[in-house]
Ligand binder design. Sequence first.
Ligand code: HEC
Ligand code: HEC
Length: 332
Amino acid sequence: MKRNPAIQLLGQLAVVFVVLLGVLVWGWMAYQPNQPKEDNEYIYALDYKLLPEGATPENKQLYYGAALFEQTAQLLGEASEEKLVGNQLNCSSCHLDGGTKPYAIPLIGVHLRFPQYRGREDTMGTLEERINGCFERSMNGKKLRGSSPAMQALVRYITWLGRYVEPGETLTATGLKPINLPNRAVDLNHGQQVYKKVCVVCHGNQGEGQLGEDGTYEYPPLWGPMAYNNGAGMTRVITAAQFIKYNMPYGINYKTPQLTDAEAYDVAGYINQQSRPQKKNLAADFPNRLKKPVSTPYPPYADSFTQTQHALGPFQPIMEYYAKVHQITKKK
Ligand code: HEC
Ligand code: HEC
């Protein structure tokens, strides 16, 4: 049987068309550099360097914000005019990988959650105020004015980190990943052993950290005068244990933890018992005391457990008390 050549050609064209379409669709799907990975991890590429820095004022501000985030101590610390940072940490010392690492308190999309209620102040707070919370505590420094170029650049950077997040979208791997808290107080001897075995190589004998070749801290201090102060979130044992378990020793992530829950808990308690800068006026935190996280190591409390128990556990009895007497479920 003889086919009509025109129909034959059409058939061939259709095949070519389908193949081309397939290639295009495949290429489009493969080229989605900033889409969440399969497991929805939201590890967005830190690809601001693809934007030409000087091209627009916005790009310049973004570069400045990124630099401030990674080199906060250097740019705003001792050597700077205003000395807004009082220690040797950077935002990225805790918000790892420029604020993008899963379960390392990533800042992707947080700009959409502000203004929000803040228990520590018992009011609605803005993103700027939340950033200043870390300046006054984690950075042992001073508040930035909302209108200052540094604050605006940090807000721009954080907003940019969440550039692909839709309002109302639920993100995964936010904040810190919970651990199973041992139902006992921290074992400080065990914590010290873990510290010496696992952490000392980078963070030093006195928790003082280590300078790199360029004269800035390659490994940040954990205690002593250059560390976070006693009002910082990291001084809560539960917070520190969650951070440590899924992020330390440096290089691991939440899928490849090396410490057991007990090791993370004990070493967190150990580092938080060491001396560090003291923040003034901590009694004013959490005006509504019922909102205070259970492992906040400074009084006053809305319960009669001792300060030592709030600092070192066991935390289950405190959590049970709030559940029973105040119908409040506390996880941290
Ligand atoms: C010593 C560790 C540490 C450092 C350094 C630090 N932070 Fe934080 N940051 C935290 C902790 C801990 C939290 C609260 C986590 C929690 O309790 O859920 C937090 C929370 C935040 C939040 C709110 C996140 C959210 O999910 O609501 C922002 C924004 C933030 N930090 C910005 C910064 C900026 C900007 C810097 C640098 C100027 C900085 N932080 C430095 C530890 C740190
Ligand atoms: C291989 C080196 C290395 C080891 C080992 C290590 N850390 Fe770290 N740690 C780092 C680095 C680097 C950072 C900061 C990350 C950054 O700046 O990007 C950090 C950050 C931290 C922070 C938050 C910032 C600060 O200084 O307060 C804590 C807390 C911490 N580490 C605790 C520990 C504990 C506890 C151990 C042991 C279980 C440990 N680390 C083991 C390298 C290390």
